[in-house]
Design a protein. Sequence first.
Length: 218
Amino acid sequence: MPLTSARVRRLPLVLAAVVPVALVVSGIQPHDRFTWFLEIFWVAGGLPLVVVTWRRFPLTTLLCCLLAVHALVLIVGGAYTYARVPFGYWLQDLLDLSRNPYDRIGHLMQGFVPAILVRELLVRTSPLRGSAWLAPLTVSVCLAFSAFFEMLEWWAALAAGEAADAFLAVQGDQWDTQWDMACALIGAITALLLFSRLHDRQLARLNASTRTTGNSPA
């Protein structure tokens, strides 16, 4: 059933309610409190930012949905730690893998969702709308963030020692950092291939809507 305009308008409100509930539930008794805090930090910081800036800078429905899914991936990873997520164990058995792959899913999302976020910001705040440079620059920003995140993990390991092991989720893989960045790269490229046209349509509707209501132009 296609979404009506009223349902589309309500969807961000529903997502804005679901994510905090999941966040609170995950924090009741996480496997490792320190790891939980490190993983949900982005959610706890990002959600209020979206809410505060919404009237001036509302987001497309596509981006709202992707941000919510990414938040839930982070929340689940924080509650169990990435190496112990039950869904990851199920995938490990199903695909006969040597390790829990949930952290790979997390890093795919680390490229997939920021790709649409970065694309939206560039289209709406820079001269890159319609430019051939839009996709390469979007992917480059996502890969740069992935590299920065790996440095954050390194700094966390130096600062916290063994307490950061669950956050790193290396699981004995010496190439874990390279795999993480590769997953983010694949995620970013995949998101652009799958959603660029849909994203453009939603950006056009959002632009028309904001001009009509007098908010800042998209």
